[in-house]
Design a protein around this ligand. Sequence first.
Ligand SMILES: *Cc1c(COP(=O)(O)O)cnc(C)c1O
Length: 363
Amino acid sequence: MIPVTRPFLPEKSEYQHFLDSIWQSQWLTNDGPLLNQFEEQIGEYLGTSRPAFVNNGCTALQLGIKALNLTGEIITTPFSYVATTSAIVWENCKPVFVDIDASTLNIDAAKIEAAISDDTSAILATHCFGNACDIEAIEEIAVKHNLHVIYDAAHCFGTKYKDKSIFEYGDISITSLHATKLMHSVEGGLVFSGNQTLHDSICYLRNCGHDGYEGYASIGINGKNSEFHAAMGLSVLEHIEVILEKRKQQCELYDELLQDASIRRPVIQQHCDYNFAYYPVVFESEEVCLSVKKELEKQQIYPRRYFYPSLNQLPYVEDRRNTPNSEKVALAILCLPLFHNLSEADQNIIAETVRKVTTLCIS
Ligand SMILES: *Cc1c(COP(=O)(O)O)cnc(C)c1O
């Protein structure tokens, strides 16, 4: 069976090494030594300010919205994982959807201004599949209209924009370290902000508002992460260069094998040094997409419909405006299997099936 992704696992002995230190410190959670080491090493590796390690990417988004005190409407993308929208609704704000650019699959910056109202407080955009948004255009609009910017960079570990980590952009940028992501800590998330005051409020918010044992800086929730998760994060981080390089090679092989297939691939944004996190493929129609999926599933290969449905069609959102590009892409896109130990032979089988089915459907 070949799933869309499979978590990277370090050697058990490498994780064991960190477990030994947990047994020694007897410190399991709450701002422990491994968590501190992990936050520091992430910052060093990426060349960013030190992030806050939290329990997952969903919480990271909610903490970001909370820390910026966002209210009213938040302009966002309809083409992302559901958490991008649900975090907005959970924080009592209203998502306002702006359609994507059909070529990059990211929010179309040229359409943002028309969606701004007196109630708009921020833009929450996803760098979809690890490909950068039109960051320059978004920053310009944000400055002009005095809006905050949060980036959902859940797919972006290792992506750079203009030679800097992509996590450096926006008032706040978050990523997910869920087991399905390229870099992971089983469950986990990171919140990046170059602004020290914002970083500090994120740290209070994730720790029930505690400022010391008896003082409270703000309200808060339990968004902390444990020493065990930091241990896995540290173990995987040791291998990140190899993981990134392998992904790149695998994507290049897919590119080569699929060069004559009737598919479309997202266009990478200018100035973006892409991390090859996923291998999304857009077909000519939903019919072709579902035929490919069915044919692969017959061979125990399970690509995923990332992302379906378009988020403006969620039952609990109020904003019912149409976003035709997003709706169309959501119907016709699959992410092909891509993970560290996916073999060349399996990639060949997958690509051959895609080529065969797309050719049959077209003729
Ligand atoms: C995975 C993901 C999240 C949520 O992260 P979790 O760690 O699973 O909570 C948020 N946004 C996007 C775009 C994601 O892919």
